[in-house]
Design a binder for this molecule. Structure first.
Ligand SMILES: O=C(O)CCC(=O)C(=O)O
Length: 269
């Protein structure tokens, strides 16, 4: 089956700013991906795997590049965005069992420099994502609030670049996005979301894929990159890139580093 049931997805997503869960692969396939990831973490001490996983691993890891084209994940992104879709960035959010890492309440589009189009994130679970393991939480309907002030905390336990947070959220309104391995959630770039520490016995591993419409434009940098995954790009606002020929090739790592430096200039602008 290459299709998912997108019945009601578009309307629910438009109304609530998120949709969850959507099964895109079997738990066995997700466990195989996790094993591959953990082998890389264990065996590739010669490169900074942790940093690569955090920012744009799809530029230098084949399985990450292939996931951005996964037919069921792309079908979900299309149900949210329409036929023409680019992948702008990816990244793993990993919380170790018992560590204090968390993600403060924020809106993604607040600090990415992107304007003029739409964005949706697909968050793919490689491990169970539950209230105990610190699953993502979202405030339904908050995506209709265009942009709200954030304050930078720079807290070392906050997994966000500047520890940016929205103050004064009523957490009673929050919904837990509970996912089993092989399931995704979708959330809108303006939806208020965050997550608590992992108090379970297992790792919480989420792979985020940021999809945009081609009308989106990077306003804080002269150059930015994105890969077409569906339909056409009639705007040409982003530079293209190819599938890596092998995992962790030095030339691909150097390219990824360049794109990450450029992104950091945007995030810390
Ligand atoms: O992994 C999480 O808990 C939050 C991830 C997040 O902030 C995002 O995908 O935009």
């Amino acid at each position: 089956m290459t299709q998912i049931d997108t019945n009601g997805l578009h309307e629910t997503y438009q109304r609530d700013g998120y949709f969850s869960p959507i099964t895109v692969m079997s738990p066995e396939e997700a466990v195989a991906l996790r094993t591959h990831l953990e082998n890389l973490e264990r065996e590739r001490g010669d490169v900074d795997v942790k940093d690569i996983l955090l920012n744009n691993p799809h530029y230098c890891l084949q399985f990450a590049f292939d996931l951005i084209h996964h037919p069921k994940i792309v079908a979900a992104a299309k149900a949210a965005l329409g036929e023409d879709v680019l992948c702008w960035s990816t990244g793993f959010f990993i919380k170790e069992p018992g560590d204090e890492k968390y993600i403060s309440w924020h809106q993604d589009l607040h600090y990415w420099g992107l304007e003029g189009g739409d964005e949706v994130t697909a968050w793919l679970a490689f491990a169970p994502s539950t209230p105990e393991s610190g699953c993502m939480r979202v405030i339904p309907g908050s995506h209709s609030i265009d942009e709200i002030e954030h304050r930078d905390t720079w807290d070392a336990n906050n997994l966000l670049s500047r520890g940016q947070e929205i103050v004064g959220i009523d957490e009673n309104e929050a919904v837990d996005l509970i996912l089993q391995p092989g399931q995704i959630s979708l959330h809108h770039g303006d939806a208020f979301h965050g997550s608590l520490p992992n108090v379970s016995q297992d790792r919480r591993i989420g792979f985020t894929i940021r999809y945009i419409t081609p009308a989106m434009r990077q306003t804080k940098s002269d150059r930015d990159w994105a890969c077409r995954v569906s339909g056409a790009d009639r705007h040409g606002h982003f530079l293209p890139f190819d599938r890596p020929e092998r995992d962790l090739d030095p030339a691909d790592i150097a390219f990824r580093d360049e794109t990450v430096r450029s992104l950091h200039n945007v995030f810390y602008a």
